[in-house]
Design a protein around this ligand. Structure first.
Ligand SMILES: *Cc1c(COP(=O)(O)O)cnc(C)c1O
Length: 384
């Protein structure tokens, strides 16, 4: 805890451990030789770095092609199910966020529409491996094909950043055949959160660039390291190295087989919960935990209950379960969903207890005399 991760020359072994973690992730994500990466405080910082790299690289290339880069703001194309860090990126770094609306058929990036949002000022497209709202995966492979077609016809080249905050350390273990990473030629950078399915305490994130050429030199700083120099890129400066050590410890301690075993058990818990929800006949399950162990559902239109998912949240809270309910993003905000993010410490015994309490809560709500408010009541949002 007392080692400062930024001080590579004072703590060269810590720097070595960080590099090994980057190598392990690069290998897991099928990077070839010339990759570069770093730890961050979390995916948010990693997304800022990746977004900046896209912006700087776009500007160099656009200027070289004689485009007036000041005529309009550069833009980044992303599904409206993005996590809030992308909104921050857009504001802090003065980029227009072009949101492809989610719709009932696509609770992820709409591939029929995505190219309508692209122009010469597009710095990149973000694919999300694990939409925060619903747990759905964007179809990155199909997105890569679209980008390849576009690139064959245009001088302006589209590149993809994958926000794999949740999926980056889940899919490679549970679904290694799924191609979403550097196996796809237009994917130029990937981020993940060590404190999500990397199983480390908060806060640690990672970003890897497929090739040093996708990280413009202005963003790289040289620090002294063992008498020589070492490249660093980070928005933050001093922080404890403990999370990096935690990540390395987990990689070594669990190995691929261990991560797979832990994640498969978590997935089986999610699938069990989804099945129990279906059995009640009241809910439509939008994501059942097959990709990521995130269960997301709404009340069926035909369920005709007098209560809402917000009432169910309140009821479950009385038994100590914090189960959020919130509206979907723009264009689908009339749909209210509820979500469970299953983690490694939610085992089958605890989830069975939860199901018993869920049945109890539904029974009580069915028998309750529910009062509706006349004025506006507090509506819950999604804030992280
Ligand atoms: C959680 C999440 C983030 C932010 O990650 P932090 O590690 O909390 O900074 C970014 N994008 C997605 C898709 C996420 O799920």
């Amino acid at each position: 805890m007392k080692k400062n991760a930024i001080d590579k020359s004072e703590y060269p072994q810590t720097a070595e451990i960080e590099n090994r973690c980057v190598n392990i992730l690069a290998d897991l994500w099928h990077a070839k030789e010339n990759y570069i990466g770093t730890s961050t405080v979390g995916s948010s910082e990693a997304c800022m770095l990746s977004g900046m790299a896209l912006k700087f690289r776009w500007r160099h290339l656009a200027e070289a092609r004689g485009i007036n880069v000041n005529k309009q703001k550069p833009n980044l194309v992303i599904s409206s199910g993005y996590q809030v860090c992308w909104e921050k990126f857009a504001v802090y770094f003065d980029v227009e966020l072009r949101e492809v609306p989610v719709d009932p058929r696509h609770l992820s990036l709409n591939l029929e529409k995505v190219l309508d949002f692209v122009d010469e000022y597009t710095i990149g497209i973000v694919g999300i491996l694990g939409i925060t709202y619903t747990g759905k995966f964007d179809d990155i492979k199909a997105l890569d094909r679209l980008a390849a077609d576009y690139n064959a016809q245009h001088e302006h080249q589209l590149v993809i950043h994958v926000d794999a905050a949740s999926g980056g350390m889940f899919a490679p273990f549970t679904n290694p055949e799924l191609e979403w990473d550097f196996r796809l030629e237009n994917v130029v950078s990937i981020n993940t959160s060590g404190h999500k399915y990397g199983l480390v305490y908060p806060g640690v994130g990672w970003v890897v660039f497929r090739d040093t050429k996708f990280l413009p030199q202005e963003l790289v700083f040289k620090v002294s390291y063992l008498g020589g120099e070492m490249p660093t890129m980070a928005i933050n400066f001093s922080r404890s190295a403990s999370q990096i050590i935690g990540q390395y410890y987990n990689f070594i301690r669990f190995g691929k087989a261990g991560y797979r075993e832990i994640h498969e058990r978590t997935r089986s818990v999610a699938l069990f919960l989804a099945e129990e929800l279906r059995k009640t006949g009241l809910f439509e399950v939008l994501n059942d935990g097959e990709n990521l162990p995130i269960v997301c559902y709404k009340l069926k239109e035909t369920s005709h209950v007098k209560w809402t998912l917000y009432d169910l949240s309140d009821r479950l809270l009385m038994r100590g379960w914090q189960v959020p309910a919130y509206p979907l993003p723009h264009d689908m905000e009339e749909v209210v969903i509820q979500r469970y993010v299953c983690r490694a410490d939610l085992g089958h015994n605890m989830s069975s207890e939860f199901v018993a309490d869920l049945h109890e809560a539904i029974k009580e709500l069915d028998q309750a005399h529910i009062l509706f408010h006349d004025g506006d009541v507090k509506t819950y949002g999604f804030t992280h």
